[in-house]
Ligand binder design. Sequence first.
Ligand code: DGT
Ligand code: MG
Ligand code: MG
Ligand code: MG
Ligand code: MG
Length: 281
Amino acid sequence: MANSKFEYVKQFEQPDNLLPNTWVVVRVDGRGFTKFAYKYGFEKPNDKRALELMNAAARAVMAELPDITIAYGVSDEYSFVFHKTCSLFERRSSKLVSTIASTFTAYYVYFWSTYFPDTPLSPPLPSFDGRAVCYPAVQNLRDYMSWRQVDCHINNLYNTTFWALISLGGMDATEAEKTLKGTYAADKNEILFSRFGINYNNESEMCKKGSVVFRDYELVEPGALNITTEVDSLPEPVEQSKTQAENDRKRRAKARIVVEHLDIIKDEFWDQRPWLLSNKP
Ligand code: DGT
Ligand code: MG
Ligand code: MG
Ligand code: MG
Ligand code: MG
């Protein structure tokens, strides 16, 4: 297209490429979901339909974006991890964030009727905000994931006890809040067990641990991977070769995407799936 006198406006666009060679986490979070949950009568403290809908949307996002390595979801949020060698959209933050947030929102709406067949959506429709953060070392990324899962555990234990005091113990919200003020995890476990006969360990794994979404290669290509897990101190290329990246992308696109409710804080999860953090994404 010929230059026009208007074209100078392009100079106002600011670059927003994310730092190279860092793990990019894009987290989306439901806008005003306190109200949204109330409007659609989400069960308290956890609505399985709502959580499974989140998982379905996350799975679809991962299927559309093979560059995503792993995702973790809890409540109305989902974190998507891009491998540090990822070069999608030239790592432009606004492109990555807006694509994830809009794709996630689109699938959330698309799958709504599957999980809530009796309650059609009506405006204001659900939407998700998003942000991107770069983590330079695998340890930072692991700590980020651990942070979200610990948050899930703390909130779920609190909410489970809070709603037990109300729905089974006949308290109002103020009384329940007062009862739980200053209590530790052990106290909440004790309240659940001694007052209501609930063993927190037996609660649903999805509610206690949140949901992890990742590609399960072992079942797709047994023995096909020869992986070295990253050692932070080793020098390595910032970007892979074009063909290598394209082959990896194709392989990822073919893999089975699974949703599990596992401990991602301990080493075991990562040790058993070395491809997640490897140099061969
Ligand atoms: P925001 O994110 O600043 O726009 O505001 P909210 O209202 O989305 O707040 P946020 O994201 O901090 O907290 C999530 C809210 O969603 C929280 O009030 C509980 C609600 N929520 C999420 N999952 C469930 C569920 O399964 N059942 C029920 N009853 N509520 C849920
Ligand atoms: Mg928020
Ligand atoms: Mg929210
Ligand atoms: Mg939230
Ligand atoms: Mg365009």
